[in-house]
Design a protein around this ligand. Structure first.
Ligand SMILES: [Zn+2]
Length: 454
């Protein structure tokens, strides 16, 4: 987008920049953000019975359950049913109308759903049928909303069952990266007496693998603990290809002992390290914003704007993580025969123990009523400990900060070339076809005392 805008500057006096897309997830969708900043034009069409001008909404498409062939559109003016054959005349008499005021009056936005498909393309009946077919599957319903309605999907946050995740674990050694993992990020959670770090490998479509789980003893008051974290930045992990990989980015939470985190980040540099601050809420315009420049105290000296801080909408990434964990994947046999996992699939190793899995699934999204009666979505803890979920969210934010959500195909091909692996389009081996092997103990440096409770 930045490049397109820069190029069009040559013709600034008569330029038009067009952004066209199908939206994705609420909070992650760039086109939704742009549309919301526009004057939000909708296509208004007249009712064939009462002439009331209205834009077409899915919840006014009605049909008898199980009988999509009965689909009709109910006019919001006279409540009378409008049939498919009326559509041609309605579309001819339709017009674009703004439904909002844009901050910048030169920004215009247009939204159009498949409800407007001309007769002979996608009928209301077929849309009703598609909706019935998608029922019961989050993934299918998300595709329906995105592609048929042109609307974002609001994540639901039911925690996946940790026991079910345990059953799906695959075999690879701690500290090694399966073949399709193309770059590494880490999320670090600072606690009173320790720093917990999870290392994740990421592949195309943001498929991911847990690669390492480290508990650095001592906490933010202990220089030796920080030294261990510094050492991690220079450490390498073995990729299935035989190559070694370093951390592309480590995101570290600044919520606890903020100044110690800033000082350490400043010392090791911001190329590889991103201090992050988690914030709640789904209404934020981007899952990650920043960096902003904040003051840091290093060796007793206060440095104005000495550190960089990224703000992470943790709700968005938690919901994404749970959606990725819930989605279906091909069986091991199907994978062995070449079937690929859907984008976002989260692979967990057999050394991820019950405690870690419980932490990963420690929260759920619930609807709460505010004092003024509005419904609001809020993450609530089901269990006290949730470090695995927090570090996952930070590692995911690190991937976003590294730019992985926006990399073109060429970048992924580059990463594959560097590691000497090829694009996955044939039968898979390695992690994808993993079979059960004897369980290894969780590679923790020590066992965290259960007395730690906030
Ligand atoms: Zn009407």
């Amino acid at each position: 987008m930045t490049l397109a805008e820069a190029r069009s500057l040559t013709f600034a006096h008569r330029r038009k920049v067009l952004l066209v897309s199908t939206p994705t997830i609420r909070g992650l969708s760039r086109i939704e953000r742009e549309f919301e900043a526009s004057d939000q034009r909708r296509f208004f069409v007249p009712c064939p019975h009462c002439d009331a001008m209205q834009w077409l909404k899915f919840d006014r498409l009605r049909w008898e359950k199980g009988r999509p062939e009965t689909a009709e559109y109910l006019c919001e003016g006279c409540e009378r049913p409008i049939a498919e054959h009326h559509k041609t005349r309605m579309l001819e008499r339709g017009e674009w109308r703004a439904t909002a005021t844009a901050a910048d009056p030169t920004t215009v936005g247009y939204h159009l759903s498949a409800l407007y498909s001309p007769v002979g393309w996608l009928s209301w009946q077929r849309i009703a049928r598609a909706h019935e077919a998608a029922r019961g599957s989050d993934e299918a319903m998300r595709a329906f909303r995105n592609t048929i309605l042109g609307e974002t999907w609001m994540e639901t946050g039911e925690a996946p069952d940790w026991q079910r995740l345990a059953d799906r674990r695959e075999a690879w050694a701690p500290g090694t990266v399966p073949e399709r993992g193309l770059f590494l990020t880490a999320g670090a959670d600072v606690q009173k007496d320790r720093i917990e770090v999870d290392v994740w490998a990421w592949g195309r479509g943001l498929e991911s693998w847990l690669v390492d789980h480290l508990v650095l003893e001592g906490g933010p008051g202990d220089p030796a603990c920080w030294q261990q974290l510094t050492d991690l930045l220079g450490r390498t992990w073995a990729h299935a290809s035989g190559q070694t990989m370093t951390l592309a980015r480590l995101a570290i939470d600044t919520g606890y002992e903020t100044s110690a985190v800033y000082a350490w980040s400043r010392q090791v540099g911001f190329a590889q390290v991103a201090p992050v601050k988690g914030v709640e809420g789904f209404t934020r315009t981007s899952p990650v914003t920043g960096p902003t420049y904040v003051d840091a105290t290093v060796a007793g000296k206060r440095l104005r704007r000495g550190a960089r801080l990224w703000t992470v909408a943790t709700s968005t990434f938690k919901a994404e993580t749970y959606r990725f964990l819930r989605q279906d994947r091909p069986t091991r046999e199907e994978q062995a025969a070449g079937a690929l996992c859907p984008p976002g699939t989260i692979h967990l190793p057999d050394w991820a123990d019950g405690e870690w899995l419980k932490q990963l699934t420690a929260e759920q999204l619930v609807t709460v009523r505010t004092k003024r009666g509005f419904a609001r979505l809020e993450w609530q803890k089901l269990r006290e400990r949730n470090e695995a979920l927090d570090t996952r969210v930070y590692a995911r934010a690190a991937a976003w900060i590294a730019g992985a959500d926006r990399w073109p195909e060429a970048r992924w091909a580059d990463l594959e070339a560097q590691l000497g692996v090829t694009k996955p389009d044939g039968p898979q081996d390695g992690a994808a076809a993993a079979t059960t092997v004897p369980k290894r103990p969780m590679p923790r440096r020590r066992t965290v005392r259960s007395s730690y409770m906030r």
